[in-house]
Design a protein around this ligand. Sequence first.
Ligand code: CO
Ligand code: CO
Ligand code: CO
Length: 306
Amino acid sequence: MGLERADDAGVYKVTDEIAIIQTVDFFTPIVDDPYWFGQIAAANALSDVYAMGGVPKTAMNLVAFPAKDMDISVLRRIIEGGLDKMREAGVVLVGGHTVEDPELKYGLSVTGYIHPDRVLTKKNLKVGDLLILTKRLGTGIIGTAIKGALASQDVTDKVTRAMATLNKDAAEVMQDYPVHACTDITGFGFLGHLAEMVDGSGCGVRIKSGSVPVYHEALEYAAMGLVPAGAYRNREFREKTVDFGASVERNVQDVLFDPQTSGGLLISVDATHAQDLLKALKEKGVQDAAMVGEVIAEPKEKILVE
Ligand code: CO
Ligand code: CO
Ligand code: CO
């Protein structure tokens, strides 16, 4: 796949039966606990392979570690967290690289595979499709509240577990349905990633904001002004694509633009199979999955949020 239509991961066709999927992701800690940070970083890096419809197989660790200021046991816990996630995903760690750096960073490069005819991209929305989102939104806003020591332990735990949850189950369930396009929700936020799907598609999208799964705490924090800079950047970047109805409150808009870490899959599926897919996702334990909108003919390449 060419770079002019950047997708979640790179895909290279090896034979008529096999294409490899490659992706890399790493970042600074977003939670205090090193073991959970390791799990989240791994789940986040693996997610792009799932978003392409693929199966991750091998991974390499990428580590930047402040060895002078931090105990090596912290690094050990991060790596353990990452390894446990890879095991859960059925992924083998085949290597890695560590550098000394004033700022701790961790992530993975991941290789997966897929049948070349079954690659799911962002770019194949069909008018009439229904859209399903598999995880709740608001982790960036709640992360800001955690950094400001304003978040409760309860919501911190909830969001930490959700970010560490693999998109594996959702990706496996989706294989059995006529899915036309898929991406995972990360730094550009729900509307930013949806805008990538809408760009060049020749279709529009209608979102029912009341149906989008969100952490109610994120709405509360956003109403208090705890909105990360990334959410403002995402809004500025996509302002012209998104049309908010008069009833969509500002804090709801903020959550829809909130940058996510290890967010859910956004799936565009043939409408006649959408309810069955949603039911199957829930049966598989993807509890927060919800129908959030539909693909429409007009206005073209716009997102209407109601
Ligand atoms: Co992605
Ligand atoms: Co990525
Ligand atoms: Co090396």
